[in-house]
Design a protein around this ligand. Sequence first.
Ligand code: HC0
Ligand code: SF4
Length: 578
Amino acid sequence: KINIEINGEKIIVPEGITVLEASHELGVKIPTLCHLDLKDLQLYNKTASCRVCMVESIDPRNDNKRLVPSCVTKVYEGMVIKTDSVNAITARRMAVELLLSNHPNECFTCPKNLECELQALAEELNVREIRWEGERMDYPKDVSSDAIVKDANKCIYCRRCETGCNEVQTCGILSGIGRGFDAFVGPAFNMPMVETSCTYCGQCVQVCPTAALTEMFHTDKVWEALNDPDKHVIVQTAPAIRVALGELFGMEAGTIVTGKMVSALKRMGFDGVFDTDFGADLTIMEEASELIYRLENNKTLPILTNCCPAWVKFIEHQFPELIHVPSTCKSPHIMFGTIAKTYYAEKNKLDPDNIVVVSIMPCIAKKAEAKRPELTKDEKNNVDIVVTTRELGAMIKEAGIKFDALPDSEFDSPLGETTGASVIFGTAGGVIEAAVRTAYEWMTGEELEDVEFEQLRGMDGLRKASVLIGDKELKIGIASGLGNARIILEEIREGISEYDAIEIMACPGGCIGGGGQPYHHGNREVIKKRKDAIYDEDRRKKIRKSHENPEIIKLYEEYLGKPFGEKAHKLLHTHFEE
Ligand code: HC0
Ligand code: SF4
């Protein structure tokens, strides 16, 4: 422990911490911009490039004053720090002014308006003029991918995206380009995003403080469909939306807003408000069957879940020789789209060509997934429009709906009937837990009384556990974050994998931490609160095993036949080609 002084107050702090950390202990706020310290997401950006956290440090031995970046400067015995001196305040304000001098003046129309960390800093630091008006960067926007938009003119070179992409996701797409005034972060040779190995996981978007990286917006397409009298427009909401959407309306992270969300969607005019959780229950019917088939017939093990499209892109680009290992199941929202345009269309005497399926997803990669050639080639695109949680929030605001005053409503039937097993898909470890709940009963013929598998839960990005199913010990691996997925895939490639089944999600924490979710703005508690809410929602459900969903049972009886049977294969499975 050492003694230091901050703004005239003496405190004792642990040795080795930074001035920024020491100031937190005293409750003094120093603004930051490039800095990220997110243990749960394994994301640490300590580039000290923005100079927004400057403070004045005074050496007590000689009274020397220096301006230092507090995020990387370590405290030492006797150190005197002033965060509120004129020098410190002026330095911080000037750092922001300099960033703004080369930043587009388009806050009114910017997709990050009121969510932008640079804008918030300008307000917080009382910036009232930009004294250095002059040349600005002028790069064209990259809209090549139809999933992620890159606007280099808004890049402030904080390198948070680069750290997220390279160190957490190990994708290596983004790095510093150019020098001096024209420098920005982007793909090598400034290639269009669509030509890179980008997985569209959106973790770069999630941490970008400005709008240099955002999702491609598709809200206008939804409004157009809703206003077309010839179209039957239905919507499905992913498991992770219900524990995050409230944040866009000032609610605490982890507030469960399922009922309000359904009411909002009904008011927006959808002809049916359904749940991706129905698709998730259906996925479990197929995936648990596939797992049992592979176990009983000595087929490829481990089986890998494949409902995360960013993870599928990752294996295609980085481990193409392993592409036969993942399950062949389509992802839940695509299964939902298929069932909507077949079973649901027939039941309601609707022309599938007139049905528009909208998916509300916490994910940017789902936008690209819905356009994959093997999902669109033989039949009409099963999901027509994908919008993120953030886009849904924007639409609710556009429609003038007072979200917090809405009553609760129930999803429509039949594609809105769901179980606790399907809601836990939204958090890392949930898909495999849902599969185990069903596989256990199918393999043993016994009732599973305690459905909660604590050993499959947690915040670590890489977990291993085993579950006893009768006399079979099922070895399970769970990875969230593509860097963790890489470790698991390398073991499979080397033939040293010990697992029978592996769940992989591209985003740290799973879909609750998706690239399309409300921005967490570096708050490490957000993901944990959303996770806890997901498990609460599971506990509140009467039915907690996918194979007990009565509408799923009916769907097989009336239409699909046997799980993993011929018709189910034709409609619900796919093979990846790229
Ligand atoms: Fe997920 Fe999904 S759980 S990927 O994490 O499997 O995005 O929430 O919708 O499709 O169900 C995301 C979340 C989904 C799908 C489901 C899966
Ligand atoms: Fe990297 Fe994911 Fe961003 Fe693509 S979407 S650039 S893979 S972080």
